[in-house]
Design a protein around this ligand. Sequence first.
Ligand SMILES: Cc1ncc(COP(=O)(O)O)c(C=O)c1O
Length: 463
Amino acid sequence: MSITQSATSADDLRRLANDHLWLHFTNMGGGQAAPIIVRGDGCYLEDVDGKRYLDALAGLFSVNIGYGFGEEVGQAALEQMRELPFYTNWTYAHPRAIELAAEVASLAPGDLNRVFFCSGGGEAVESAWKLARQFYQARDGLPPGQRYKAIARDIAYHGTTFGALSINGVEPLRAPFVPLVPEVRHVSNTNRYHRPPEETEQEFTAFLLDELERTIQEMGPETVCLIHMEPVQNAGGSFIAPEGYWRGVRELCDRYDILLSADEVITAFGRLGHWFASERYDIRPDIVTCAKGLSSSYAAIGAVVATERVMEPFLTASSMYTHGITFGGHPVMSAIALKNIEIMKRERIMERVLGNEDAFRRTLGQLLELPIVGDLRGAGYFYALELVKDKETRETFSDEECETLLRGFLSPRLFEKGLICRADDRGDPVVQISPPLVATQSEFDEMTGILGDVLAEAWEQVH
Ligand SMILES: Cc1ncc(COP(=O)(O)O)c(C=O)c1O
């Protein structure tokens, strides 16, 4: 059968999906037909059978302006298609990539002024590590292979290409692909919930920074080129750093002359109420990686943003960042990202997120009354609920319990009730909530209502 336009009936789509479409991170022999999403508006999606869902995950933490701007963004894409459907950033420039680079530089904190485009988040992480490796060669005349190691954090997700996967701290995703790219070590993340209850915030910060410094010393400071961390770590459930952590990480990077890279693939472009979360937490990174929200996922575009200091060694006639991607800075993708930023400004997305974040947190906070909800953490429009077996002792569920609870019950039940969010157990079991940034109190209420019902049912199931 030849499919040139779009498949017509729901049954046709299901059959064709079953026969041809290989889904990501999906057990294809699982026997369950994948939901087929056909349209979206605002914070809502509709499936092929006409059922509506509140998307409390914004696609993949990424559709920041929601699904309702297709017409306007599409017009910008169409105009760009007419003018110049493609050209490359390999030695050439074109207006949209230039304008987008200037726009991103103007929104990024400090002198993060130099923008290298790629096609997504993993590629941005990959590019950041390669950039850090070459930075020391270009700056110090070091031969390759001397300063190449990276440090990241446990359970942190940074993508799936080999470099990004090696930086990734999610063990089950790494395991099938060893040997990975040498050499990355992972330090503790900033999950405070399972630390000793008597530990103060200052003590926690000191513990984390001591461990980081010890790791740098053990690896050999002169061999480490990059420390790569998210401002708020997603995997494990919206871990916010304790007071003094970022100041300390910056100091260690300065002391040992290591580049600090903030992975803002999720956190940039409004998720935490700022264009870049590095600004909110005063992280002062040398490199930022971003993607998803840059175009609100209306386009496949990511970027590495570097400071003037990082760029400087590459400004001599004899040095070059030896890296390139065909679609990096694609004119249509750039036009879409520019339109997305224009919409974000016009709709006052940053102000809205900051203005609503307390109400959002308060609304979700009602769920803490449930016996299964141990912790609510996060900021902006980026939250996680940690599920526990025993609230007093903070005892978590076993692997088998997680399997039945999260994959067996919670995910399908939430979906059945019309709510898309993520039940995840890459660390301890959490429900992640990260809606489009246009969500308002009525969506906060709706998602909290459904979550409340389903989590109460889940508690009955495990007892
Ligand atoms: C923090 C972070 N970095 C990198 C990535 C990888 O992005 P992509 O899936 O676009 O390759 C993700 C994806 O979720 C992410 O959350």
